[in-house]
Design a protein around this ligand. Structure first.
Ligand code: MG
Ligand code: ZN
Length: 377
């Protein structure tokens, strides 16, 4: 553990320019851009950070870019490799988030609503479970509940995303190293069945706390933890929710200390989707800006070691968002054509060792295949 840390410190000082260290060391409220081209990359990644913007496809990314003030300020402009995935479910052209996340987690197309389940309703082993099983450390950071479709599909196996209490219990089946996000209720005695999941987690050695403060958490890697930021769904970014970008930074460092074999971290900007369902442009704006900060923290971490593959994508488009013209010639008017998901293709951005695998146009299931090809067992 200690050797890994000192090696990281060494590579940071010797191989990377001092400016890079400066930026990675003091990312404040605004995303700090770094020169990714100067980062010396390992042959193969030791770590993978997969960031999913739920409901985020090209329209949401474009809107975020204009809201940030142009291409040179967009976090997405830094990525050297871009591809597209086709998001459709097993039997429907328009996917939901459960089938969409199961495609990333298991590499299979399944039916809408399925959590880590094949079309024949048999469980599929997820990439998080596989990597946990070979001694890598694993984590989830989201802005929804732990039981919500996207995080659930990486750790649970249910016919329906509606079985939220069961999904919480399934956190006991995989020794995930850390979780940061909402959904405290589903782990508490307040559940309808009064099962105290928090108590079971504590008996397994987890530090379980409410809030978004890492100060009392075992960030030295000494124990697994759950930081439950909200009892149910987390607040919106426009209502002052800010924990995700900092959590990406803290958790990446923590997971490095938890295993010298590397880590897998799933991050989800969950509420981009909810803003689009609600056709709420101000909510969407705040969520996109928050997600961009989280992506920047992942890039900063990856740039500090050269052995982390960062992949950013969405599970599907939502809202049929169109960037219409207005009387103000340099502005746009966001207009929604739908209250649900759409079938448009979704961009994939990659940086780090083996990032070139993510070029091209492919099925959403190929993201699983490419992650496995990039970081074999
Ligand atoms: Mg989601
Ligand atoms: Zn949705």
């Amino acid at each position: 553990m200690r050797t890994t840390l000192s090696f990281l410190t060494f590579t940071r000082w010797i191989l990377l320019p001092a400016t890079l260290f400066f930026f990675s060391g003091c990312a404040g409220n605004k995303p700090q851009r770094i020169d990714l081209q100067s980062v010396k990359l390992a042959q193969k990644p030791k770590n993978i950070i997969l960031l999913i913007g739920d409901g985020m496809a090209l329209p949401q990314i474009s809107a975020g870019m204009y809201w940030r003030g142009g291409l040179e300020k967009s976090v997405f402009a830094q990525f050297p490799y871009v591809g597209y995935h086709k998001s459709h479910a097993h039997d429907e052209l328009v996917t939901d988030s459960a089938a969409g996340a199961t495609a990333f987690a298991c590499g299979i197309k399944t039916f809408n609503g399925a959590i880590g389940m094949k079309p024949n309703k048999k469980a599929c082993k997820t990439i998080l479970e596989d990597w946990e099983g070979i001694g890598k450390s694993t984590g989830i950071v989201v802005t929804c509940s732990a039981t919500h479709a996207t995080p659930a599909s990486f750790i649970a196996h249910e016919d329906s995303r509606a079985f939220t209490e069961n999904i919480a219990l399934e956190y006991l089946n995989t020794p995930i190293d850390c979780y940061v996000g909402g959904g405290g209720y589903y782990f508490s005695k307040e559940r309808y069945d009064h099962i105290d999941v928090k108590d079971s987690l504590r008996q397994r050695g987890y530090v379980v706390r409410n809030g978004a403060n890492f100060k009392k958490m075992p960030m030295d890697g000494s124990a697994p933890f759950m930081l439950l930021t909200h009892d149910r769904e987390p607040a919106t970014a426009s209502a002052g929710r800010t924990y995700m970008p900092n959590a990406v930074k803290e958790v990446s460092q923590y997971l490095t200390k938890r295993s010298d074999k590397g880590f897998f971290l799933l991050v989800e900007g969950s509420q981009i989707d909810w803003a689009c369902h609600a056709n709420d442009r101000n909510w969407l704006r705040a969520e996109m800006l928050d997600f961009e900060k989280a992506v920047q923290e992942a890039l900063n971490f990856a740039a500090s070691n050269g052995e982390t593959l960062v992949i950013v994508t969405g599970d599907h488009e939502c809202g049929g968002l169109s960037l219409n013209s207005t009387e103000a010639k340099k502005a746009f008017k966001p207009v929604f054509a739908s209250h649900y998901h759409t079938a448009t293709m979704v961009p994939v951005f990659a940086f780090g060792p083996q990032a070139d695998l993510f070029k091209g146009i492919y099925e959403n299931t190929a993201i699983y295949d490419k992650m496995k090809a990039a970081m074999p067992f």
